[in-house]
Design a protein around this ligand. Structure first.
Ligand SMILES: [Zn+2]
Length: 104
């Protein structure tokens, strides 16, 4: 319970905080873009079961592979894609924290 609270807290609150700190004038728009990157979790639909709280997403799901994460990091180099890159990396970090929490 506490774990899912932390997980969704990080998924929702951290993007908004980052947007507010680094993109103050347009933080609402940036927050929405960061939250939209949560859509990468759509790859969970390819797995059975779709959601398993004890499973580590990193390295398991298609869009959570180390190779995909490297691509997200490369996106950071392009100003237009930077916000999306931040959102995706943040998402991976949150999922990774989850894995560590589970001892995986
Ligand atoms: Zn995820």
């Amino acid at each position: 319970m506490l774990q899912s609270l932390v997980h969704y807290g990080l998924h929702f609150i951290v993007p908004i905080v980052i947007a507010y700190i680094f993109y103050r004038p347009k933080w609402i728009k940036i927050s929405l873009i960061l939250l939209a990157t949560m859509a990468v979790d759509i790859d969970h639909l390819l797995s059975q079961p779709i959601y398993d709280a004890t499973r580590c997403s990193i390295g398991y799901h298609l869009l959570h592979q180390p190779l995909a994460i490297i691509c997200y990091a490369i996106l950071f180099l392009f100003p237009r894609a930077r916000v999306i890159s931040i959102g995706l990396l943040l998402h991976m970090l949150t999922d990774k924290i989850d894995c560590l929490w589970m001892g995986g």
